[in-house]
Design a protein around this ligand. Structure first.
Ligand SMILES: *[C@@H]1O[C@H](CO)[C@@H](O)[C@H](O)[C@H]1NC(C)=O
Ligand SMILES: *[C@@H]1O[C@H](CO)[C@@H](O)[C@H](O)[C@H]1NC(C)=O
Ligand SMILES: *[C@@H]1O[C@H](CO)[C@@H](O)[C@H](O)[C@H]1NC(C)=O
Ligand SMILES: *[C@@H]1O[C@H](CO)[C@@H](O)[C@H](O)[C@H]1NC(C)=O
Length: 798
């Protein structure tokens, strides 16, 4: 029984002769349908100093005087010069994720594909954890981090990942600095296997997450006015309306997402718009699926008109892996491979993950489906990006980012941040009769039960890298109670048989308290694998009930899972006193769970998704509609539109403290829209509305106001508490959401402390809604701001 797995490069360097552990992650990579065996065994810790790959080496006399190597020139001039020197034979091999070297011009090969969803990852091709650096900080999986509702935290995580990525490049273990993260698709359906990768179901939360993470990862300090320098490159994926992998034979490779203009405008597009416009993301990835009949990577409207045109996107557009091949193959959209290649390059895609474009671009030019100018357009975006990363400025050691050293990777600061993120995000779902926190002095014996308690990698979630150090929940709980005994109960998380149920029941009878660590794992929800069920898998429910019945006192149930589960049985069972949702909490998650259970941390996380009842599974996962359709019994999706009763609602989360809210007495109650401006006013069911576009940005600015909420912690225990501000309309007619989150702020409050939070509000943005044709309008009349149970009416008049 190994409770702790150490993989820190520092541990290795400082204890070169100490016993080394092996960390094995065995996983299926469904995207390319390859089986990867990632076996990280190090023999001797030899630091191999390698030179990172870069162009324009000053010691190379044949390139140093070339125009494209002149750092003083603007990037577009340098890129034009480089492309002008290249033959078509040299251009085409640049269009795939493995871009060929051009030795004649001193340009090394480049690997575009790396991942950094919640830590620099070993997925993709660009990062090698095989020399000085053998691990990276593994932060909680994104769905959990979202539960902290704290953009400062998300920014710091992005920043830590960006620094670790640069450090890994600086020691010669990266062949690229382009990371295909974050995943900002809306977590539309609770069964989605990749929901765990996202910031949840709410467009406001996903947008704010995208902005904070991207700015952190790319490096705000590197931002200038035009073509700002990048520490590392982030990518908003998967553009767009992609949130189903494989459900009952419906696969993402052929799926045609039918999306209404209204849902597109206020649900699917906002995270991408924010990621690009406010986050300054330098990459967008088009997805596998079609949207309304058109494969996204071949959609000129989405890529060029919307992203580059309306949003001012200036980075590169990557395809998901093999997306282009699907356009001719699975989608049958193009009539030949050459046509598929022409479709995507003309639509505005720049780089194909895979080698399909590299294979067929030359013949597409020959067949006159594509011009060399179309290829140059894509190359301009690709080489600009590499220049923005500083890869054409000679030795990176002489650049600002060159000083980021390997000591940043798995530094104490980053590992503490991983712990802070897990502690601030874990959600307390139930705490009957204040069972939690358990008293450190009174618990003399502890039973830990469950297949997720004792295996480090179950904490990590997908798209991770080798973690610095993992302490399992069991290992962490043991450090609180020396008489801690463990029984798995089921052999696997799937729990098809309760192999050791009797031992578990025996254990429960014999100890003071029981903590069960249950839930899901990557064999039950992951990329390429959606669930068909929302209940706990296999015999888990039976095991939990049996243990709860046998235990001396009510038990504590901890769930590791990304997607929600219907645990109604546990919610109502008095013998289950406490329930914690811990997502996939990352390398420090075991510690975080134990700190919360024993009161060394006050939980404050709030659910970023609705927890639906099992009967939600009768809704076809392929139905993209957000809004309910009562006539056909379609219940709608997410807290904004779901008409059924959830098991736990979006935003739910308890704490060891009680908080109360009050809108400031002087908060604005009316907003006057000056009628002397020419207004395009129409009505919906008699309510006058204003088209936001016709109001114009200066009028919109003039309407800005702020709402002040005072928040009080009524308990002696300090805590971090995210305050969520919603708005609602007087009615939900015409597809108005039941409510809409419009702002949030995480507050630290000492015991007994009261503080004010000020929410700056822009009516055109925060109080508007999308009509059925997708246009944004502001309704005249009442709007309600909501915090907790408190409502504050604001009326818009003219
Ligand atoms: C690490 O892996 C990369 C890619 O496979 C390889 O090129 C490199 O030589 C390896 N480095 C060491 C020190 O093994
Ligand atoms: C599904 O279950 C919920 C909660 O038990 C209930 O409110 C709802 O009416 C059910 N819906 C259907 C269609 O059975
Ligand atoms: C705090 O919440 C608990 C549980 O809802 C309640 O019993 C208690 O009265 C509350 N205390 C205060 C000070 O509001
Ligand atoms: C409306 O706008 C006009 C022209 O800008 C201005 O003269 C007038 O004072 C405004 N009225 C109000 C109530 O703000």
């Amino acid at each position: 029984m190994e409770a702790s797995i150490s993989l820190s490069s520092h541990t290795m360097r400082t204890h070169a002769t100490s016993f080394h552990h092996a960390f094995i992650i065995f996983f299926l990579h469904p995207r390319l349908r390859y089986l990867f065996l990632l076996l990280l065994v190090q023999a001797l810790a030899i630091s191999v100093a390698q030179t990172p790959p870069f162009s324009c080496d000053p010691s190379n006399p044949s390139t140093r005087t070339l125009t494209f190597c002149d750092e003083a020139l603007p990037i577009d001039k340098r890129v034009d010069d480089l492309i002008m020197r290249m033959s078509l034979e040299e251009k085409v091999p640049q269009l795939g994720d493995v871009a060929a070297a051009i030795p004649r011009l001193g340009v090394p090969s480049y690997k575009w594909w790396s991942e950094a969803l919640h830590g620099v990852s070993s997925w993709g091709r660009g990062i090698h954890f095989n020399a000085t650096v053998r691990a990276a900080t593994n932060f909680p999986q994104v769905i959990l981090t979202a539960a902290a509702f704290n953009p400062q935290l998300w920014y710091k995580i992005g920043q830590a990942i960006g620094n670790e990525a640069r450090a890994i490049y600086n020691v010669g273990q990266a062949e690229g600095l382009t990371f295909w993260s974050p995943n900002v698709n809306i977590f539309r359906d609770p069964r989605w296997g990749r929901g765990q990768e996202t910031p949840g179901e709410d467009p406001t939360t996903a947008s704010k997450y995208a902005v904070a993470f991207v700015r952190g990862l790319q490096g705000d300090a590197f931002r200038g006015d035009k073509s700002p320098r990048l520490k590392a490159s982030a990518c908003c994926k998967h553009y767009t309306a992609y949130d189903m992998d494989n459900w009952k034979g419906n696969v993402r490779y052929t799926f045609d997402a039918r999306v209404t203009a209204q849902d597109m405008e206020d649900t699917y597009q906002p995270p991408f718009r924010s990621c690009v416009k406010e986050g300054g993301a330098s990459c967008v990835m088009c997805s596998y699926n079609k949207v309304n009949g058109v494969p996204t990577c071949a959609d000129y409207n989405l890529l060029t008109k919307t992203a580059r045109g309306s949003w001012g996107f200036d980075g590169y557009i990557a395809s998901d892996c093999d997306s282009v091949a699907l356009i001719y193959g699975a989608h049958g959209y193009a009539k030949s491979p050459e046509e598929a290649v022409a479709d995507v390059l003309k639509a505005g895609m720049d780089m194909n993950c895979g080698d399909y474009v590299q294979k067929y671009a030359a013949s597409a030019v020959q067949k006159q489906l594509l011009s060399e100018a179309d290829i140059d357009r894509a190359l301009r975006n690709l080489f600009s990006l590499r220049m923005r990363l500083g890869l054409f400025n000679g030795d990176p050691q002489s650049q600002p980012s060159g000083s980021i050293s390997a000591s940043q990777v798995c530094s104490k600061e980053h590992r503490d941040l991983a712990l802070e993120a897990a502690r601030d995000s874990i959600v307390l779902l139930k705490n009957r009769a204040n069972l939690l926190p358990l008293s450190k002095s009174k618990v003399r014996s502890l039973g830990v039960i469950g297949p997720n308690a004792n295996i480090g990698y179950k904490l990590l979630g997908n798209y991770g890298g080798p973690p610095c150090e993992v302490i399992t929940p069991l290992g962490a709980l043991q450090s609180y109670v020396s008489d801690t005994r463990y029984v798995a109960g089921c052999a696997t998380t799937a729990c098809s048989t309760t192999s050791s149920k009797n031992e578990a029941v025996q254990l429960a009878r014999s100890v003071d308290y029981v903590v069960m660590i249950m839930g899901l794992d990557q064999d039950l929800e992951s990329e390429g694998l959606d669930r068909v069920d929302l209940l706990l898998p296999g015999m888990q429910q039976t095991l939990i009930r049996s243990v709860a019945r046998a235990a001396k006192r009510p038990i504590v149930l901890v769930l590791l899972c990304g997607g929600p589960v219907d645990i109604t049985f546990a919610k109502v069972d008095k013998r289950i006193g406490g329930i914690l949702w811990a997502g996939y909490p990352g390398e420090a998650g075991g510690l975080a769970i134990s700190h919360i259970i024993f009161g060394d941390h006050n939980p404050g996380g709030r659910l970023p998704v609705t927890w639906y009842p099992q009967n939600f599974t009768r809704v076809p996962m392929t139905d993209m509609r957000m809004r309910a359709d009562p006539a056909s019994g379609y219940p709608g999706r997410t807290y904004r539109f779901y008409t059924g009763k959830p098991v736990y609602r979006f935003g739910f989360g308890l704490s060891y403290s009680n908080y109360s809210y009050h809108f400031h007495a002087k908060s604005r109650t009316s907003i006057y829209l000056n009628n002397s401006i020419s207004l395009r006013t129409s009505t919906t069911s008699g309510i006058p509305i204003h088209d936001i576009k016709s109001l114009g940005s200066s009028t919109c600015r003039s309407l800005e106001f702020s709402a002040t909420v005072s928040v009080t912690n009524h308990s002696p225990m300090a805590g971090k508490h995210p305050v969520l501000l919603y708005s609602r309309w007087p009615s939900v007619e015409h597809g108005r959401p039941a409510r809409q989150l419009i702002g949030f702020k995480s507050l630290h409050l000492e015991g007994g402390e009261q503080r004010n939070v000020v929410f700056p509000l822009r009516p055109c943005k925060h109080l508007s809604r999308a009509k059925s044709d997708g246009t944004k309008v502001l309704d005249k009349g009442s709007h309600f701001l909501i915090v907790g149970e408190q409502e504050h009416e604001v009326s818009i008049s003219y």
